[in-house]
Design a protein around this ligand. Structure first.
Ligand SMILES: [Zn+2]
Length: 363
């Protein structure tokens, strides 16, 4: 099968040099100003025709990582809801369908952190799994629900590759790809990093998660990139080396997605009612709380979260909050009391699913 042609990608230069200042707080302000410039420009264009996010699965996650330094007296775990985002946009060669964060969670359990968690429960493993893993729907079930076939998917991207296994989606080792026309958009650093991990990183990457994926299915990005009208991938290094955020222009402004923070509370910690979070923000002056499990670039992650807030701007429904949609959002859970965020994004839906303007040529 012939791989699809390279997409026309437009380089975004607003953030070039914004992190070069010697003084970290200067970097924060330079990135903030560049974020506002990008937002202003993107908002002059049209929103994407379709944007939707849907819950896939809920998994336990250590509170000490989710709210780094600010977890106070929380129980050891929070519950993270992994969402799939489906975004359609107009590229220069027609309508495109992008999946953001299509977590193939049936494979995620091989990630060493989850595997050890499983083993630590011993004989109670099955009960533990039933209690703390809530499996709502698979990616393919979600796509079928909204009327998309696997061959309709043009691109997939993940803000970073922790826990992900792409081999089923993109094929390899002689196995066909479930998404026969899709290509992965990934930052070069993230792709390289996932191939040779340091022993504390490796606890969060799925072993073999990218092994054998054909390189003609992978687009390595070196820059902030506009994919088409109203969708950009912006490098937001920190949570991982090659982390990026997905920016999509919706009728409610620019929605920005990543896992740098695990809830809106992490981006407005001074307003949070989660025990410890606001106290920490007040005591230190921190304007964001990092999601730090691998701590690859802590200072950069702080700057990246400020960057995300600047690009997103305020949520038109509540102007105190940034217009973010975390890819893994802490959801609260009775087993983990007092961990529910004060502000929740939940599932979002804008527009209606558009049909292709021209039938796809047989590959
Ligand atoms: Zn992660």
């Amino acid at each position: 099968m012939r791989p699809p042609a390279d997409p026309p990608l437009i380089r975004i230069t607003d953030f070039d040099g914004a992190r070069d200042a010697a003084r970290p707080l200067d970097r924060v302000e330079n990135v903030r100003a560049a974020g506002v410039a990008l937002r202003t420009r993107m908002l002059r264009g049209r929103p994407v025709p379709y944007y939707r996010s849907m819950e896939l699965v809920r998994v336990p996650y250590p509170a000490k990582f989710g709210y780094l330094n600010g977890f106070g007296t929380l129980p050891p775990f929070i519950h993270l809801c992994n969402r799939l985002f489906v975004v359609q946009f107009h590229g220069s060669d027609g309508l495109k369908t992008l999946l953001v964060s299509p977590s193939d969670w049936e494979f995620q359990r091989a990630t060493p952190f989850f595997k050890r968690l499983d083993e630590s429960m011993g004989a109670f493993s099955k009960l533990g799994e039933a209690l703390v893993f809530r499996k709502v729907a698979t990616v393919l079930e979600r796509l079928a629900e909204i009327g998309l076939a696997p061959e309709d998917i043009d691109y997939i991207t993940y803000d970073h590759l922790h826990t992900q296994n792409l081999t089923r989606w993109l094929g390899g080792h002689g196995k066909p790809a479930v998404f026969p026309n899709a290509r992965l958009l990934v930052m070069r650093e993230e792709w390289m990093s996932a191939q040779a991990l340091i022993p504390w990183h490796n606890q969060w990457y799925c072993p073999g998660g990218i092994d054998g994926v054909p390189m003609d299915r992978v687009i390595l990005l070196d820059h902030d990139t506009l994919l088409g009208e109203g969708v950009a991938l912006v490098r937001t290094k920190g949570h991982t080396e090659g982390n990026h955020s997905i920016v999509a222009h919706t009728p409610d402004g620019l929605k920005v997605t990543s896992e740098n923070g695990v809830s809106l509370d992490a981006y407005v910690p001074q307003l949070s009612r989660i025990p410890g979070v606001a106290d920490y923000a007040r005591a230190t002056g921190a304007e964001v709380i990092l999601n730090g499990n691998t701590l690859e670039y802590g200072v950069d992650q702080y700057i990246s979260m400020v960057q995300e807030k600047a690009i997103a701007g305020p949520d038109p429904r509540d102007e105190r909050l940034p217009n973010l949609a975390p890819s893994s959002e802490s959801a609260g859970y009775w087993l983990f009391p007092r961990t529910a965020p004060s502000f929740t994004v939940g599932d979002l839906c804008y527009g209606s699913l558009a049909r292709r303007e021209t039938p796809r040529a047989a590959a």
